[in-house]
Design a protein around this ligand. Sequence first.
Ligand SMILES: Cc1cc2nc3c(=O)[nH]c(=O)nc-3n(C[C@H](O)[C@H](O)[C@H](O)COP(=O)(O)O)c2cc1C
Length: 201
Amino acid sequence: MGSTVGVKKEEKLVKIILSIIGCLFLIMLFCMLVMVGIVTVVNRPRGDREEVLSGKGANPKKALIIYQPALTNVTRQAAKQLADGLNAGGYEVTLNHPGNHLTVDLSGYDLVVFGSPTYAGQLTKALTQYMARGCPQLAKEGAEGPRVVLFATGGVDERQEFDRLAELLSGVKVVREVKFLTGDKEYAAKAYALGAELAQE
Ligand SMILES: Cc1cc2nc3c(=O)[nH]c(=O)nc-3n(C[C@H](O)[C@H](O)[C@H](O)COP(=O)(O)O)c2cc1C
């Protein structure tokens, strides 16, 4: 009698453990699907959305900001504030999203800025694929080419997304690699200050 009760208790325990493992598996699967969904959405090409801020004077310096916006507004806001900072310093600034509509000949610019959010420790493919097309040309121009700035946005104060691009950026005149943290209330002001600072250099 006592051993039958013991066996039933064991069976119940096994059922509970199996249910917990099943639930954990389903939660993991759900998280993975959400992650894949997010990464797919953020990598979607946003098309040709050129915006131009006129510069000061007859022959202003020119900057191009190529950024991939994502789900919230942080990367877009950082790109726009950076553009405003450069523009206040006299630059003509063109903003657009990465994609096949963009030329890879960036030699007409004094400054080129690449910007993207970070997902799973990587910048968006939409941006890095464009960079893979444009950077060899920038590397060829070397010191004669435009200054290049790379910015990432993200929630984690780590920089592995920049390390991953080291090879791609080899030979390119990179003057800043900056990460704007989503939890930093000052990130927009910092982006503006960066633009203003770059305009003075
Ligand atoms: C699924 C997921 C993965 C993320 N992975 C990272 C990460 O590896 N490193 C990081 O700094 N931020 C990470 N973040 C935070 C995003 O980078 C942040 O939400 C993004 O910069 C916001 O940009 P947006 O406003 O343009 O969407 C992640 C966010 C989500 C939702």
